[in-house]
Design a protein around this ligand. Structure first.
Ligand code: ADP
Ligand code: MG
Length: 257
């Protein structure tokens, strides 16, 4: 069975998309078959993996609204062993259209059931909101990976995030767990970053990955070339950090099964 993991934090700009692209690409490099589903209408994961958002034949929208078979919506990406269900701004409309439909929270879960053995890992990139798109992602997942930025107010909104996970667990998806917490945009020169790491570790006891992602300009540049940092600059600190994180991630997630 594929393990399905949502990358979720309702705050924007915390490193969800950067993490899904580069953790996904790192895991792909380690010979695991990865599917990434872009559930954010901004489509940053889609363009970051080398696809033109304006030129999509099919997308996440077709799965949620048109109930198109999921295997018709999967495309190759610039990253080795990484496949993608892309998205673009059309998906913003799905938020409204789904209100009128039956089983609207279960659409993605149902679609994934048809390919449940074909990938080692399925990662879902969530939009920065707690709406029906994020709910579809959380209902379809085994677990949640939470990126947190090492900045002021890092823990702001985190209790709401944890409450949302609890709510989904209580109602629609009793098996949902926290996979782990990724600290991102760490700057070792500032006391602030170091303090945030301590605070987050206290809050999420035992759930925070040892490998922390530093602030690294290569990570910010890579998406404009449609490449993961692993392909754009494999020797950069950003690439090394995500490869190390992938190793830790795989060790821990394989332990659980
Ligand atoms: P989210 O998906 O949570 O909104 P992103 O992954 O898009 O967040 O990151 C927000 C911005 O910060 C992007 O411009 C991205 O390139 C940049 N960024 C993310 N992680 C890093 C990092 N470790 N170092 C430098 N820039 C980063
Ligand atoms: Mg994003």
């Amino acid at each position: 069975m594929s393990r399905v993991i949502s990358i979720f934090n309702q705050k924007g700009g915390v490193g969800k998309t950067t993490t899904i692209i580069n953790l996904g690409a790192s895991i792909g490099k380690k010979n695991k078959k990865v599917l990434i589903i872009d559930v954010d209408p901004q489509g940053n994961t889609t363009s970051g993996l080398g696809l033109n958002k304006k030129d999509l034949k099919t997308s996440t929208y077709d799965i949620l609204i048109n109930e198109l078979p999921i295997d018709k919506c999967i495309v190759k990406t610039s990253a080795e062993n990484v496949f993608l269900i892309p998205s673009n701004v059309e998906l913003a409309g799905a938020e409204v259209e789904l209100v009128k439909t039956k089983n609207r929270e279960l659409r993605l879960k149902k679609a994934l059931e048809t390919i449940s053995n074909e990938y080692d890992y399925i990662f879902i990139d969530c939009p920065p909101s707690l709406g029906i798109l994020s709910i579809n992602a959380l209902v379809a997942s085994n677990s949640v990976l939470i990126p947190i930025q090492c900045e002021y107010y890092a823990l702001e909104g985190v209790s709401q995030l944890v409450d949302t996970i609890k709510l989904i667990k209580k109602g629609l998806n009793p098996k949902l767990e926290i996979e782990g917490v990724v600290l991102s945009m760490f700057d070792g020169r500032t006391n602030l970053s170091i303090q945030v790491v301590d605070e987050v570790k206290k809050y999420f006891r035992g759930k925070v990955y040892t490998n922390i992602i530093p602030r690294n300009v290569r990570l910010a540049e890579a998406p404009s070339y449609g490449l993961s940092v692993i392909d754009y600059d494999p020797k950069s600190r950003g690439a090394e950090a995500y490869m190390d994180l992938a190793e830790e991630f795989l060790e821990l997630s394989e332990e659980e099964f």
